[in-house]
Design a protein around this ligand. Sequence first.
Ligand SMILES: Cc1ncc(COP(=O)(O)O)c(C=O)c1O
Length: 356
Amino acid sequence: MNLEDLPIRADLRGKTPYGAPQIDVPVRLNTNENPYPPSPALVADLAAEVAAQAGELNRYPDRDALALRADLAAYLGHGLTTERVWAANGSNEVLQQILQAFGGHGRTAVGFEPSYSMHPIITTGTSTEWIGASREDDFSLDAGKAVAAIEEHRPDIVFLTSPNNPTGTALPLATIEAVLSAAPGMVVVDEAYAEFARTGTPSALALLPDHPRLIVTRTMSKAFAMAGTRLGYLAAHPAVVEALLLVRLPYHLSTITQTAARVALRHRAELLGTVDTLRRERDDTVAWLRGKGLVVADSDANFVLFGRFPDRRAVWEALLERGVLIREVGPPEWLRVSIGTGDEMAAFRAALEGVL
Ligand SMILES: Cc1ncc(COP(=O)(O)O)c(C=O)c1O
């Protein structure tokens, strides 16, 4: 029996699943993880905390993850409190819950492409219609055109990604405010890479007090170096959190997940301590690629989009043959490299020189 033989939903027929390759090569620079593993001290603290909780794993976890949400609110600052913060298994699950509560059949979501490929996948997965509007040639967002797209489509949800994946582009607050003024429904600002932004780049968290329909999503998968923990979160008006309680599965965040995330937050000085190194490595990578005569998008994230290669697949494959895995994503002719350790970036540069 094949997939086509099953009575699957018509709108899922012919779709391809999310699929960044997971290939075991020496240098993996393709999913925007933080390359620095947790220290032995952090691992020991985590193991001790998990051991302390393990004797109660016969019980369900705290369904509302109150202690974790309080810790996340304290980390975010901006006067946020537990009731304004929500958490789930990765920001992907947070986004899915937002779509379940505010999207659905007969509703629409607008995003500005190229952007994060999971936004349309999660949107259509909840039977919400996806409308892709476009960014400028330099991947910035023209506020006037964004407002025009919103006025044309009157979407239930608008996605803004800042810094944007796969381009690295951050949005000025004025653009986000223009979108908030025009949007008839919810506005999601996906800030998965916020901690990597260049100094002076503002967070949409600052806009929350004046905008009850704004949702800012974050993750511990990137700067926090905890991709394996699967912990994403959001900040919004308390009523938005109430809406998400209607669609979340009971006990969706395991005791182990909540514990690991709290330990990571306690060790945030160590975990976020790598961010400055990664930003420097990113800026050096941008400069080096430009020095090679390549076109490179400005980046406020932990990855760099560069091109242009008439046959990008050939370049991607030639790098892979040299043991370096990057990502074939974004507009045609462009490739994206995640920022790794100094040694990994040296290996990337050596491999790319060989290919060019
Ligand atoms: C823009 C953006 N949002 C959200 C995510 C999802 O992250 P996670 O589900 O690991 O929190 C990613 C991951 O690549 C991303 O690039």
